[in-house]
Design a protein around this ligand. Sequence first.
Ligand SMILES: [Zn+2]
Length: 286
Amino acid sequence: MKDAAFLPFNVDCLHGAFVPAKNGGIPPSTRGYWLLLHGQGLVVPDVPGIALPYGEIPEEMGEMISSRVWLGSWRGEPCWAAEIPSDRSLPQGYRRETLVPMQGTRLPDDLLSLGGIAMQVLWWESTSRHCPRCGAETERIGGEWGKRCVRCKLEHYPHLYPAVIVLVEDGDRVLLARKRGWAPGRYALVAGFVDNGESLEAAVRREVREEVGVEVDDIRYVGSQNWPFPSQLMVGFVARYVGGEVRVDREELEDARWFLRDALPDGPSRHSIAGFIIERYARRRD
Ligand SMILES: [Zn+2]
């Protein structure tokens, strides 16, 4: 992997095969690839291998969806997103493949990325039907994913929530943390949302101080990942430890501790920027 831009869920992972349909028009055909979301999973034909349903929407599924969104084109064919209510069971001949890395997704990186975009677009559609200021209905802005209020004309655009994620280094050792409920022995990175008025660097310093009680400096950006659960932009950093004793915020974390670079615990999925940062920056290289 060249850099973090090619992590799953990032559009570069589709290598130009996907062209988004920002204008919201209807393509000439109702046929195409179907990204049918069922909870946090993609619906695929229940045959060996993993492929998207292609053609008209499968009939049994057509009556379960309330709307469809033209996502764009993929490999030159229209590509649609729709949500199957998660309380409905799937018709025979289909199965659900989870999109969640921590649940051990089996989807290939391109379908993971396309599925992530579909999830984000459907989430945006479901949360932008009404104006956040006056509550009136919204309409699509031409040529954009954005919406405009029909009454007060407020415009708003897809919401991405910036969050920082950071590896704290101190010579031979790195500071890793774990949350409650994670698989036993699994450690990852300190992370948190950016607050109003904060730079990314300030968010890194504050999150590290709040969650694990230490001070950092020399904060270096190492890459980012669009994370569709439901819509974060994870901004990755490596920072140098400059002082303080590890003190774990038990509200946020179950544990945090130093690990030697050649004795790292189980880490996060290779699909996540946390996995990328640990693989590339935490391991000892001889
Ligand atoms: Zn309004």
